[in-house]
Design a protein around this ligand. Sequence first.
Ligand SMILES: *[C@@H]1O[C@H](CO)[C@@H](O)[C@H](O)[C@H]1NC(C)=O
Ligand SMILES: *[C@@H]1O[C@H](CO)[C@@H](O)[C@H](O)[C@H]1NC(C)=O
Ligand SMILES: *[C@@H]1O[C@H](CO)[C@@H](O)[C@H](O)[C@H]1NC(C)=O
Length: 508
Amino acid sequence: MAYHHYTLILLLAVQLENGHATGSRCKIRKFPHGFMFGTATSSYQIEGAWNVDGKTENIWDRLTHTRQYLVRDQSSGDTTDNSYYLYKRDVEMLRELGVDFYRFSISWTRILPTSFPDKINKAGVAYYNNLINELLKHNIKPVVTIFHWDLPQKLQDLGGWANPYIVDWYADYARTLFKLFGDRVKYWVTINEPHQVCYFAYGDKILAPALDIKGVAEYLCAKNVLLAHATAYHIYDKEFRPKQKGIVFISLSAQWYEPLYKNQSKAAFDANQFEWEQYSHPIFSKTGDFPPAMKKRIAERSAEQGFPRSRLPEFTPQEIQFIRGSSDFFGLNHYLTNYVSRNKSVYGYYESPSFNDDLGVFFHVLPEWTIGQSNFTKFVPWGFYKLLTYIRKEYGNPTVFITENGFSTYGGRIDNDRVLYYTEYLSAMLDAMEEGSDVQAYTAWSLMDNFEWTYGYTEKFGVYEVDFSTPERKRTPRKSAYVLREIFQTHLLNRCYIPDMKVPMAIT
Ligand SMILES: *[C@@H]1O[C@H](CO)[C@@H](O)[C@H](O)[C@H]1NC(C)=O
Ligand SMILES: *[C@@H]1O[C@H](CO)[C@@H](O)[C@H](O)[C@H]1NC(C)=O
Ligand SMILES: *[C@@H]1O[C@H](CO)[C@@H](O)[C@H](O)[C@H]1NC(C)=O
């Protein structure tokens, strides 16, 4: 799940017009033939068994054990859903839902306890072999994320994503996975949400390792993340693709930024550039490299602040070519929309230097965007439509794989707010597809409640509820699980469908 700016949230009393006409709500809509549905999780959030069978410490183990105050409920992923032991139940749930694929991630230190490929941990390999084989036995395609935030602590001690050698370390790890699992895994996600990895963990303290070295560390990280991703892509392309014939892509978190007023289009443009096009422009644009507006702005601010060079490192022309085109699909994680604006009072509002100061905009959400209790996600389906439409027009209609979309609650099995979110976001996605957006897969985040990073267990994203108070970690379907099952199995969207929850979920 993507984190987001909560630096400034203004609740505006005005109603702003921005509806996207969807026609009659109960009309049944069709997904195209071959469209794929799935759900997602990530290793640290569900596996538990943090120090079992040879797995060594990663940055989330370290943060939750030594800086508990950074986690809202002081919890950890030490046991969480215990999927290391309960993966067969997870696959059973996937079968109940009728998914085409399951997106999960591999824990680096479970496979490579030294961080490097000098030693491969047999027990870790066996765990993922068991999971992959169980999925394939039931006709569920594994979509495997190579890196979903749980970096080995040892590599963090060496600087993590701020050290240029991480490009080699990550590439060695990726190659190891292609070798071990590539005979059966045909969809690889290299890195999950580089913006979250870099901004929230290096430029702030919202994700591990919580370095909070603003305006510098997140930009060093950005360059290395992109080079690491591209290196893994080219390794697959050269060494594995001819035989394994798989797909390799990156998952970018992209929220939508809309001008608060018509005269604020530059602020919205800049927000989109900084918040996600920092990563999409180098890979998917015709010219490659970081977005020009971003390079210019950070270079200017850096000069004003007395830095001898831009705080945003440069790519060489060779690196620009190397990164451009290095993703078979546009993997997209989407949750939120914000209005943005800018006026003189933004200058000096944020700490300087910082990413937020470089971007220099205010963020706004509307009270009517809140459905349910949680402040975490807001309900703005037209923002998803606008984002998909922008990606189609700006980046030459790449194939989009929605790798995450979802909604958090504070619990309860009758999750009408989540049902509304899923059905309306799917409808907005269909709106974009009908106008030509090439979306080929949709992933609901998440299969089940899990450790939601520094929000601990307070924010629940699962379509299955998990009882964390008992060792069995009992999983029970919510209303949203019933609704998604109907959509996944029929390939139809009926926004007025009411499931009968008295009928137990069963494998059909
Ligand atoms: C931008 O538009 C808003 C709303 O229409 C208006 O209040 C504001 O004065 C405008 N700002 C500028 C700089 O034109
Ligand atoms: C600038 O924008 C912010 C956020 O919308 C607002 O609170 C503030 O009053 C504005 N300042 C000026 C000088 O217009
Ligand atoms: C949600 O937002 C409201 C209004 O801003 C605030 O009072 C409340 O504390 C927030 N809840 C959480 C759990 O952050």
